[in-house]
Design a protein around this ligand. Structure first.
Ligand code: ADE
Length: 233
């Protein structure tokens, strides 16, 4: 089991990542040296006085396409640097959809290089010949891959031992078990007339476990029957 994880991000907006990488569990994991993140400005590998990273699409159409040369050079340079060879992932709505299983696989790789596309996308030769995989975080289109890169980093980093204080929370939560998580409640026992289920106040742990399992199953059946299908295989 790996105890450290390295992420590299290739972006035209390096400033985007300041606050998210310094807050909460992720900020703590970075400060503790469990997670390290290198943010690389793609323009550093672009040529010409304007350090141009995009160009008009062949065949016409709206918008701009990211040029292959700066991305290739950047990947080549970042790969050489820092020991472990990274798994190179291009973020794009055209990719495989991200889920828990893939977050686990990324953790096992030890090092990820996340390429953030912008504009109408990246020259397809990068997806076809350069990156290891293309990844989408869901069926919607973002302005660029930066927010998606943060989603991946957060989902993977919290699987590292010691990043989440209580390891049971990682093992028991939605998707790790294959089911959606059961509902949680805290004090007060009654709020605006809405009561916490009696079982949770009973102190009977066997009964509480059974209630939670039943709730998780019923919720999954109602909202994500596809997950149950998968468990039944
Ligand atoms: N870039 C734009 N939309 C995206 C998505 N849904 N997932 C990953 N990268 C993206």
């Amino acid at each position: 089991m790996l105890t450290q994880m390295r992420f590299d991000i290739l972006t035209i907006f390096p400033d985007y990542f300041g606050a998210p990488l310094s807050c909460g569990l992720l900020g703590k994991a970075i400060a503790a040296g469990k997670v390290s993140v290198g943010v690389h400005d793609l323009r550093g590998w672009a040529e010409g006085p304007h350090r141009q990273v995009d160009d008009t699409p062949y065949g016409g159409g709206p918008g701009m396409v990211m040029k292959p040369e700066p991305i290739w050079k950047a990947i080549d340079a970042i790969r050489q640097d820092g020991g472990t060879r990274p798994l190179v992932v291009l973020l794009s709505p055209q990719g495989d959809v991200f889920e828990h299983r893939r977050a686990r696989a990324y953790l096992e790789s030890g090092r990820l290089l996340l390429i953030c596309g912008r504009y109408e996308g990246v020259d397809h030769r990068i997806a076809e010949h350069v990156v290891d995989e293309t990844l989408s975080i869901g069926d919607y289109v973002l302005a660029g891959g930066e927010a998606a890169a943060l989603v991946v980093i957060e989902a993977v980093a919290r699987l590292l031992p010691g990043v989440v204080g209580n390891p049971a929370s990682v093992d028991e939560e939605s998707f790790a078990t294959g089911l959606l998580d059961y509902p949680q409640y805290t004090r007060p026992p009654e709020f605006r007339g809405w009561r916490v289920p009696d079982t949770l106040l009973s102190g009977d742990h066997a009964q509480i476990d059974a209630w939670r399992r039943a709730q998780a199953k019923a919720l999954t059946q109602r909202k994500r029957p596809d997950l149950l299908e998968r468990i039944r295989g």
